[in-house]
Unconditional design. Structure first.
Length: 154
């Protein structure tokens, strides 16, 4: 009888152990929310005079066809692609390539977590803020602290 009990006891202990480990793994970890800001960012409020040609900042890490190409877009349709880009929740920076002797840089931060395209953002509330700098022939010609609203496309 003790031999049969041991045959049952070992698998039962193993099952209890596996269930306990799984529960600790599932419930013991803090879930980190996903951050995905892909979409377009437009200046919130009035555009400073020195940035009148500025259209928006486009992020498109997944190369979605429904979103604009990544880069800084001017109102005339020109796109200045990112030369250097770092997208993190706490720190968003970029420098564009030079087009017609003009380039831009930005240093700021996102104000909200989550997947921006999920649609739960207020389109009038800023979600990005930072310093936008404009260069002409390598010299700084304008700089402004700006906030931006999100547009996820149509």
């Amino acid at each position: 009888m003790t031999n049969n009990f041991r045959k049952i006891q070992r698998p039962a202990v193993a099952v209890v152990f596996l269930v306990a480990c799984t529960c600790v793994g599932i419930f013991g970890q803090a879930k980190k929310s996903r951050f995905d800001p892909d979409g377009s960012f437009w200046i919130h409020g009035d555009t400073p005079t020195n940035f009148s040609e500025f259209g928006g900042i486009n992020l498109n890490a997944k190369r979605s066809r429904r979103l604009p190409q990544p880069g800084l877009e001017l109102k005339n349709g020109k796109l200045l692609r990112f030369k250097v880009l770092s997208v993190k929740r706490e720190s968003f920076t970029f420098t564009t390539v030079v087009v017609s002797k003009i380039s831009y840089s930005f240093s700021g931060k996102f104000l909200k977590d989550g997947v921006y395209s999920a649609g739960d953002l207020d389109t009038e509330a800023p979600v990005l803020e930072g310093i936008l700098t404009k260069y002409k022939a390598g010299r700084k010609v304008a700089e402004a602290k700006l906030s931006f609203v999100y547009f996820g496309g149509t």
